[in-house]
Design a protein around this ligand. Structure first.
Ligand SMILES: NC(=O)c1ccc[n+]([C@@H]2O[C@H](COP(=O)([O-])OP(=O)(O)OC[C@H]3O[C@@H](n4cnc5c(N)ncnc54)[C@H](O)[C@@H]3O)[C@@H](O)[C@H]2O)c1
Length: 309
């Protein structure tokens, strides 16, 4: 595996330490991703504190978790409705909510951030948490596009900082990318791996490079589809049909872009192109930029490459 070399070079310094068992996880950000991670962590017996900026957002997040748990139970406990109810109650008992992240992390084994995709905002958050969290607390970010090392640099615990990159929707998607920076200790990396596995996910090791594995391959692929179309080599519809039926993908690249959000795709691409301006895979797309400038962000705004009702 890609992380093997990384492991080897840490073998000496880490042999005296053990990885930390993560029991109490504080998740900061109760949006799409944070709520999904909270649900899965609570369902697998972890004590979860979900933090966001207001009680109203948190109440909505917990309602969403409950609704999602009901969907899970309908499938998993179809013939055992009582066990299903018990499963939901048990999971919900593991979730508490808070608006003060600095106080919440005082008893945390892991502080996992899933707030807005903005480096400065993430750094400010972790710099505050660094002062109140116990020494053993591991910090992790769910960022899709920012370097983990840049976020970690706002703290004094570079060895206890890594990435846990989940996929949307979290309860359905089986993968977690576990990211170690050059400063992440082996024990921290192992703790994050063990935590991710304890959530029932399949984990892969990643370096702290743009897009980790999945998005690094997916974003250039989707953008190349846009460029193919811009060059007049195929209609959106034909390209989508071709990739679904010819490559067996569940969605075509234009459908996927509309689902992800064109604003998000542009934000990611612009960030990477700033980091690696000469990489042709990260070069901007005039068509994508135009759609975003026109407010056509995809499914969420009712129009992107396609129109939605
Ligand atoms: N949506 C995806 O498909 C996806 C997939 C993987 C990773 N991510 C990453 O996960 C993170 C969150 O994405 P999302 O889609 O859940 O966003 P979202 O907008 O649904 O949720 C973000 C939440 O964070 C809260 N928040 C913002 N600043 C905060 C602060 N300082 N303290 C506490 N709460 C704060 C907001 O109120 C909001 O509820 C981003 O870094 C994103 O890149 C997203």
């Amino acid at each position: 595996m890609a992380f093997f070399g990384h492991h080897m070079c840490r073998a000496f310094s880490s042999s005296a330490f053990r990885s930390v068992a993560i029991k109490h996880v504080v998740i900061i950000g109760g949006g799409q991703m944070g709520a999904g991670i909270a649900q899965v962590a609570a369902s697998t017996g972890h004590q979860v504190t979900l933090v966001d900026t207001s009680d109203a957002i948190l109440t909505k997040a917990v309602k969403g978790i409950e609704a999602s748990l009901k969907r899970v139970v309908k499938k998993k406990f179809a013939d055992k409705p009582e066990a299903g109810v018990a499963f939901i109650e048990k999971a919900l008992r593991n979730v508490s909510i808070a608006t003060d992240a600095a106080a919440a992390v005082q008893s945390a084994d892991l502080a996992l951030e899933a707030i807005v995709e903005n480096l400065k905002v993430k750094q400010d958050l972790f710099s505050v948490l660094d002062k109140t969290a116990p020494a053993h607390t591991i910090f992790a970010s769910n960022t899709s596009s920012l370097p983990i090392g840049d976020i970690a640099s706002a703290t004094s615990r570079l060895d206890r900082f890594g990435g846990l990159h989940f996929f949307n929707p979290v309860p359905m998607m089986k993968l977690v990318e576990v990211i170690g920076t050059s400063a992440t200790s082996q024990e921290t990396f192992d703790s994050l791996m063990n935590f991710s596995n304890a959530l029932g996910k399949t984990s892969v090791s990643c370096k702290d490079t743009p897009g980790f594995i999945v998005n690094r391959l997916l974003v250039p692929y989707m953008l190349e589809a846009v460029r193919l179309h811009e060059r007049g080599h195929g209609s959106k519809e034909d390209i989508d049909v071709a990739m679904k039926l010819g490559a067996g993908y569940p969605m075509g690249p234009f459908e996927l872009l509309d689902y992800v959000g064109l604003d998000t795709a542009k934000f990611i691409l612009d960030g990477w192109s700033a980091m690696e301006p000469t990489n042709p895979l990260f070069s901007p797309s005039p068509l994508l930029n135009k759609l975003v400038a026109d407010g056509k962000f995809g499914k969420k705004t009712g129009e992107g490459f396609y129109k939605y009702k």
